[in-house]
Design a binder for this molecule. Sequence first.
Ligand code: GDP
Length: 423
Amino acid sequence: MLTAIVGINWGDEGKGRMVDLLTGEYDVVIRYQGGGNAGHTVVNDLGKFALHLLPSGIFRQGVVNILGNGVALDCESLWTEIQDVSGKGVSITPENLKISDRASLLLPWHRDLDELEERRLADKKYGSTKQGIAPFYSDKYQKKTVLAGELLYPDKLWERLDGILEWKNLTLEKVYGAKPWTKEALHAWIEEFGGKIKPFICDTGAFLRKAEKDGKRILFEAQLGSLRDLDYGIYPYTTSSNAIAAYAPVGSGLPGAKLDKVVGVVKAYSSCVGEGPFTCEFFGDDAHRLREAGGEYGAKTGRPRRVGPIDLVATRYGVQCQGATDIALTKLDILSYMDQIPICAHYELNGQRTGEFPFPALLADAKPVMEYMPGWKCDISGARKWEDLPQAARNYVEYVEREIGCHITYVSVGPEREAIILR
Ligand code: GDP
């Protein structure tokens, strides 16, 4: 059984919470793209965790967690995360965490370059989290980084790394006027942090092929959402990797596999971190109340997130991009304070009403067309069955389901593992 859990919108939909819930039914959990630039928040009996690169299955005994070849492998921040999480009583060993030997290394200058470029762009910046993700993926595609597995062959590693260093220093010095990296500093960084993660590196492709053959249940965990996908999102305000489910087999080490199930996570309202067009955005008091109610502050950066009502146009498009078979609707409880539930039902573009998600360059001209449904005005966080929800809440879920064209299988009414309704 191969299942992907993906974000349908701009990210922060509550994927971490859904993976944490579902990992109980799976043997293997894999991160297949992106790096430590996102934050999945997981609340369970061990406490509250913000995961950046570690797969969310790390909390379950017996689950094997994999960082696939598609991720941006930052050994330094991964090591910090491993220490943080294991410091809270979670055991992390080469038995339950495996790193693909084909994952490319994010090198220390990628973070420098991210910072330097955002500074150069000033008010035209993309709103990067400055974790080096864009410079990393550019270099990966230029073949100017090394694979994690190369750490296991130091005699071959240094020659390549020193060549890359020489090339990279041209950019640092000549383009940005920044300090170059020295060989000594690079070697020390690799020795220290590469050394720490070495025990976890193996041929995860071979592991996965065997797991699949043995009928193991495999879960692919995405970062961000459809609208941040490099190819299908709101380019250039996307991330630099493919967050869609179709990439999961490729970025994991099972390139020939077909997914059996794609669970798309949608929040009962919208949020968006950073720059870029966000058609359904609320401002002023409405934004403030929703942001506070939903605790919409970045898990990685603490930045206040932009918020708005659910956006049916963007969500329908996101569902299609993901090929979602099931939807998990999260944070329905957050809307309980509202008299009326706002819904962005259409866009207006050049005087025309549309239900189709526009081409990225046209998005800034789109205006939201709003609808409202009656609110329920009571605490629903204790609901565990569909019938426990007030009629108005059920009406809202059913309306969203009809409009986005995919079955809402899970309704989440709280951050805790058990605060879920299965439909
Ligand atoms: P992710 O990156 O998609 O996992 O999303 P984040 O972790 O950034 O955001 C989800 C936040 O909402 C986390 O703090 C979760 O604990 C919390 N959360 C998830 N589902 C629910 C829910 O149904 N209700 C409430 N109140 N909080 C939720």
